[in-house]
Design a protein around this ligand. Structure first.
Ligand code: FES
Length: 263
């Protein structure tokens, strides 16, 4: 690869982290890997990784955690997200702050690329895509009739609060981690079987982020990814509430306990 093809300002020991929202099937993962390989060819010396901010593995936290063990000085996060939600930067900086506070390893400097829509190359890119458009064949006929539905047999439910206070406190990260673990640890078919769902405000907003486990109805507050892992192992599979993060009805107002009291 010619050095003339390099983007300017490439530093050694730099990592580039491409992030997309979600990927469920294998093909989007392959697509991200292919993209990372293509970018790597133009960034000699840089470490190329990709991650997903919603569902899909590796999650952003997992990818960042792996990079902390590598010899990199700085990580440039490149969001391949269109359109970019106005809250994305707030979500990202809030999540990074929490992760950094709970990880004692030295962190590299972090930076973030501008959003795709602001690139001057967007219009030429769309023009190029138009040149390669193909006819979309829609077969005639009636829409397919709905098939019968299976009534789920799972006895457990985990509700993750997606109300305002919980969203501000990182509920998305909790939800994404839970859904990734649902796939990894086969929550639907293990033990009593667990279904997960998002919901509106569960009530104790000052304990955000909050989730609730049924059939017991146990409330958990100040939930972290580590707390989710323990709730899966100890409560969903073991039947025992994780008291470090559990909040039981007392008839009195309760405050979030200090993090040191929760681990
Ligand atoms: S917003 Fe989550 S408990 Fe109220």
């Amino acid at each position: 690869m010619s050095a003339d093809n390099n983007f300017p300002g490439v530093a050694s020991r730099r990592a580039i982290l491409l992030i997309a929202k979600s990927a469920f099937a294998a093909s989007p993962h392959l697509e991200m890997r292919r993209l990372a390989d293509l970018v790597a060819a133009f960034q000699p010396g840089a470490t190329l990784r990709f991650a997903f901010t919603e569902q899909g593995t590796p999650s952003l936290r997992e990818a960042l955690s792996a990079l902390l063990d590598e010899d990199v000085d700085n990580v440039v996060i490149v969001p391949l997200v269109l359109p970019m939600e106005p809250s994305f930067h707030i979500w990202l900086t809030g999540s990074l702050k929490r992760w950094k506070a709970s990880d004692e390893r030295p962190w590299p400097a972090l930076s973030i690329a501008r959003d795709i829509a602001s690139s001057a190359l967007m219009v030429p890119l769309i023009g190029n895509l138009l040149e390669t458009s193909e006819e979309l064949h829609v077969p005639p006929g009636k829409p397919p009739t709905m098939e019968g539905s299976l009534v789920p047999s799972q006895k457990r439910r985990v509700l993750v609060c997606a109300g305002g206070a919980c969203n501000s406190a990182g509920a998305d990260v909790i939800w994404n981690h839970l859904r990734n673990q649902q796939e990894r640890r086969k929550l639907r078919v293990t033990g009593d079987g667990t279904m997960t769902a998002k919901c509106t405000c569960l009530g104790p907003c000052n304990l955000a982020p909050v989730l609730q486990v049924f059939p017991e109805g146990t409330y958990y507050g100040g939930v972290t990814e580590e707390a989710v892992d323990r709730i899966i192992t100890e409560h969903l599979f073991g039947g025992q509430a994780v008291e470090d993060f559990a909040y039981h009805p007392t008839g009195r107002k309760q405050r979030l306990r200090a993090p040191s009291d929760q681990n």
